[in-house]
Write a protein that binds this ligand. Sequence first.
Ligand SMILES: [Zn+2]
Length: 224
Amino acid sequence: MSMFESVWIKLACQRCGKVEKTIVRFHSYNGPPDAEYELMEVVPQGVGLSRGEVWEGNADRYCEQCYFDWSIAQANAAYDALAELIEKGVVTARAKGSSPPASDSLPVAAINEYKEKYVRKLRREKATVVTMPFFDELRLTVENKPVEDLDRPITDETFNGYPVWDEFLVLIDPLLSDRMSKAGWVADGSTSEDFHVSLDDGRRIVVTDMQGRKLTRDGGRAAQ
Ligand SMILES: [Zn+2]
């Protein structure tokens, strides 16, 4: 059993434009939990879905190939953004397990080596990674305050009032978004698009995007 209900739709990849069959995942909480519907399918009375309700759903923004390319682009951009922060002297990065810690950051050239190694591994394994890389390999500081090691989360005693995880994200996010957007990707870091799922007057399943346009069976979007 899947974790969500789904509507089969045709959707254009937001990178390459290829139209493919995919699903909008949603939760109605009242309908059969792993139900699958076709777009515009008439849903009979009594299965729990009511007219007038609107369910939040989402679908993958990119086709499989573009999703993989996105992951590579995101990894490259994350290391480049980190290198920029190091160059500005705001952030330091040191290899994990290097002790005692050097007082200076690894140079940008070393970050580039990490980047190339990481991206080679992604390509070799055909892996798609949505999180930022480098937390496995590097210890980071923001103005000499440690960024939390996700392997060893900071306890209340050691935390010492440094909200530096947030600080780091605030620093790196705009640089990352800027790089992704310049490379032609949707810059918000998300690989899915939100939709609304509902029933029309004829109890047909309708999927609407956040601009209020109805998805059509051929993969288009019709203004209401
Ligand atoms: Zn694509």
